[in-house]
Design a protein around this ligand. Structure first.
Ligand code: UDP
Length: 401
C-alpha cells in the first residue's frame, strides 16, 4: 500500500459484458463496505491493454465468435484440450508486458474474473516475488460463469476461488481445488439486484413502475433482452412472439424488446411494430435499468448469459432461453431448466408459443417465479466482497510485519 491505500487489481477481458459487470459490482460492494475510501480498486482488461496479437484482439473478436458458434466451439474446446502449449506460449509472448503492468500497480490483492486471467498473472506474480520486485499479492478467482465453466478458471495456486453454483463447484473440485479454497455464494450482480423481488403472481408488478418505464399498466408483459452486445436472433423472436400474443390474448399482452447495442435490430423493429395489431410493443436500446424492466415483466426471453440469468432469478422471473454458446453456456441452460424456472428452445415459434402459454397460466407463472427465487443469490456480491476485504487486510498486515 504505497499511498496508505490498499490496492485491489481486478482482471477481466471484455469478451461479453459480464466479466466487467461483475467486477464493477464487486467494486461497488467493496466501496460500500469501506466508505472511508482506504481501498483503491482498478479494473483492467489486461489482455486487450497489455497482451500481444492475437490476444489483444480477443475482446474485439468476441461478437464474431458469437455469430459463428463453430469458431467459438473450436476456441473453447481446443483451449480445453491443448492447455499446456497455450500456457507456455502465452508466458513467453506476454509475460514481460504483464510483469510490467502488475508491478507498476503493485496490488495487495488480485481478483481474476475471467478464465484467461489465472495462469499468466499467477506465474508473473510468482516471478516478481522471486526477483524481489513485488511481494506476491493475495489472489482470488471469482468465476462469472453460472451453470458450467471452462477448466482454465481453476488453478491450484489461488488463495480463494468463488463459485456461483454446485455445477461450477464440481468443475473446480475436479481441477484439484480444495474445500478450503472454494467458496460458494452466487454470482456478483449490480447494486440494483442486491434485494430479491416478491414472487410473481403473488404480487403483481407495480403499475406505477410500468408507467414510469412507458409501458401499459394492465397487460401481461414479456421482456426480451439481447446480450449486452445485442447478440442473438432478437428481431425474429420479438416479431414472432408479438404476433402469437396478438392471436392468443388480443390486447392483453405487451412485449418490451431491449436491443442492447444492436441499433440495426432496434430500428427494424421500430419500423414494423405499428403493423402488429392486438399487442403492444416497446423497443429500447441499451438500458442501465434492466432491473426495473425485469420487475415490471411477467417473464423473460433471453440468451443464456450468466449475468442475465442470475438477475432474472433475483427478480423471480420465469425465463425462456433462446440460444447459448457452445461450452459453458450450455450449463446455464441446465441451470434454468433443472431448477424449474424456465425452458430452452432456439426456434422463435416454439419460444413464442411457450411464453404465450406461460402468460395464460397464472399458477404456472407463480410456481416458476418461486423456483427462480429459490436459487436467487441477492447477497452474493456483498458476501464475496466481505471475504475479499478480509484477504486484503490479512495480506497488508502480513506484509507490514
Ligand atoms: N444488460 C444491460 N442493459 C442492456 C442489455 C443487457 O445492462 O440493455 C446487461 C444484463 O443485465 C447483464 C449483462 O448486460 O447484466 C449481460 O451479461 P450476461 O452475462 O448475461 O451476458 P454476456 O454479455 O456476458 O455474454
Amino acid at each position: 500500500a504505497r499511498d496508505g491505500r490498499k490496492r485491489v487489481l481486478m482482471l477481466v477481458c471484455d469478451t461479453g459484458g459480464g466479466h466487467r459487470a461483475s467486477a464493477q459490482a464487486l467494486e461497488a460492494a467493496v466501496q460500500t463496505l469501506r466508505p472511508d475510501g482506504d481501498v483503491d480498486v482498478k479494473i483492467l482488461d489486461i489482455w486487450t491493454e497489455h497482451g500481444v496479437w492475437p490476444y489483444n484482439k480477443m475482446a474485439a473478436g468476441y461478437p464474431f465468435l458469437c455469430k459463428h458458434p463453430w469458431t467459438w466451439r473450436l476456441a473453447y474446446y481446443s483451449s480445453m484440450f491443448c492447455e499446456l502449449p497455450w500456457v507456455l506460449e502465452t508466458r513467453v509472448r506476454n509475460g514481460a508486458k504483464f510483469k510490467r503492468c502488475i508491478s507498476d500497480y503493485s496490488p495487495d490483492l488480485v481478483v481474476s474474473l475471467h478464465p484467461l486471467t489465472q495462469h499468466l498473472p499467477l506465474h508473473v506474480m510468482r516471478s516478481l516475488d522471486s526477483e524481489g520486485i513485488l511481494e506476491k499479492p493475495a489472489f482470488a478467482t471469482v468465476c462469472t460463469d453460472l451453470g458450467s465453466a471452462h477448466p482454465s478458471w481453476f488453478v491450484k495456486g489461488v488463495d480463494a476461488c468463488f463459485v456461483p453454483s454446485d455445477a461450477v463447484r464440481r468443475v473446480a473440485t475436479r481441477r484439484g481445488l480444495s474445500v478450503s479454497q472454494i467458496k460458494q455464494y452466487g454470482l456478483p450482480v449490480r447494486r440494483a439486484f442486491w434485494k430479491a423481488s416478491e414472487q410473481r403472481g403473488v404480487s403483481e408488478p407495480p403499475a406505477k413502475l410500468k408507467a414510469e418505464l412507458g409501458l401499459l399498466p394492465d397487460r401481461k408483459t414479456v421482456l426480451v433482452v439481447g446480450g449486452g452486445d445485442g447478440v442473438g436472433a432478437l428481431g425474429k423472436i420479438v416479431e414472432t412472439t408479438a404476433k402469437q400474443l396478438a392471436r392468443d390474448m388480443p390486447n392483453a399482452a405487451q412485449v418490451v424488446a431491449i436491443c442492447g447495442k444492436n441499433k440495426v435490430v432496434a430500428r427494424q423493429l421500430e419500423s414494423k411494430k405499428l403493423a402488429w395489431e392486438g399487442v403492444h410493443v416497446e423497443i429500447r436500446g441499451f438500458t442501465s435499468t434492466i432491473s426495473d424492466y425485469m420487475e415490471a415483466a411477467h417473464c423473460l426471453i433471453t440468451k443464456a448469459g450468466p449475468g442475465t440469468i442470475a438477475e432474472a432469478a433475483i427478480r423471480g422471473l420465469p425465463t425462456m432461453l433462446s440460444s447459448h454458446l457452445p461450452g459453458q453456456e450450455a450449463g446455464n441452460v441446465q441451470f434454468v431448466v433443472d431448477n424449474g424456472f424456465g425452458e430452452y428452445s432456439p426456434r422463435p415459434k416454439k419460444i413464442a408459443s411457450t411464453v404465450s402459454a406461460w402468460l395464460q397460466d397464472d399458477e404456472g407463472l407463480r410456481a416458476k417465479s418461486g423456483a427462480a427465487l429459490q436459487v436467487a443469490a441477492p447477497h452474493a456480491t456483498r458476501l464475496i466482497a466481505v471475504d475479499l476485504l478480509e484477504m486484503l487486510d490479512a495480506k497488508v498486515v502480513k506484509s507490514a510485519k
